[in-house]
Design a protein around this ligand. Structure first.
Ligand code: SAH
Length: 211
């Protein structure tokens, strides 16, 4: 992207390293990506702090450590086609686009999707396809996916997403409502293996009409 890494970005990288992120590609992508472009200008001074921030429509841009953790979990597997559910600001999408051949991303709020699309275009990230749609349904015509990342908490693992996972594919998903657990799910034929990573806090994966 031709962007130089600022001191604030390097400092965030250090915080992520200390928190256990060791994948150098993931760290480099986070240090190089201008996170201030993914939030309201009035919050730009907080862009490289390790916190979630509001992006309008009652939604948030995820905490960098959460983006790094989920991306690192995904990168432990051989992923070329990845589906993201919950585009939001497009920040996680931008990180994925730098590491994965082809990224698909679904968002239910058209206004957020529109802004995210413009940001990715401005950063010359062109290997992303976006859809205004319901993440509970996934993106059937583009399946199967080697990896699926869900950036909102689902009350249960959406069946459609499991169906759209390739054999050997991996899904990273927060599951729960009040109490949420980051879960890594792998599909081997009809067998599903689940591993619980830890407690997390996400906005809900909404069941309802698109906005
Ligand atoms: N990865 C984003 C996180 C955004 S928060 C970022 O870093 O900015 C989660 C997003 O999921 C919100 O934008 C919300 O609108 C979206 N979302 C919630 N329920 C959804 C659903 N059923 N289908 C698609 N997107 C959904």
């Amino acid at each position: 992207m031709g962007l130089s890494t600022s001191g604030a970005a390097r400092k965030l990288g250090q915080i992520l390293r200390q928190a256990g992120i060791s994948n150098e590609q993931v760290l480099a992508a986070i240090e190089q990506t201008p996170r201030q472009l993914f939030m309201p200008e009035s919050l730009a001074h907080k862009a490289f702090e390790n916190t979630a921030l509001p992006i309008g429509n009652g939604q948030t841009i995820s905490q960098p450590l959460m983006v790094a953790t989920m991306t690192q979990l995904l990168m432990q597997h051989d992923c070329h086609r990845v589906l993201e559910v919950g585009t939001g600001s497009g920040y996680q999408t931008a990180i994925l686009a730098q590491l994965i051949d082809k990224v698909f991303s679904i968002e239910r709020i058209a206004q957020l999707q529109y802004q995210a699309k413009r940001r990715l275009r401005n950063l010359d990230l062109h290997n992303v396809a976006m859809r205004h749609g319901d993440g509970w349904e996934g993106w059937r015509s583009k399946a199967p996916f080697d990896g699926i990342i869900v950036t909102a908490a689902a009350t249960e693992v959406p069946r459609a997403l499991v169906e759209q996972l390739a054999d050997g594919g991996v899904m990273i998903i927060p599951v729960g409502s009040e109490q949420q657990t980051l879960t890594v799910l792998r599909r081997f034929g009809e067998q599903i293996e689940q591993q619980r990573i830890g407690d997390v806090r996400f906005v809900p994966l909404v069941k309802g009409e698109l906005l």
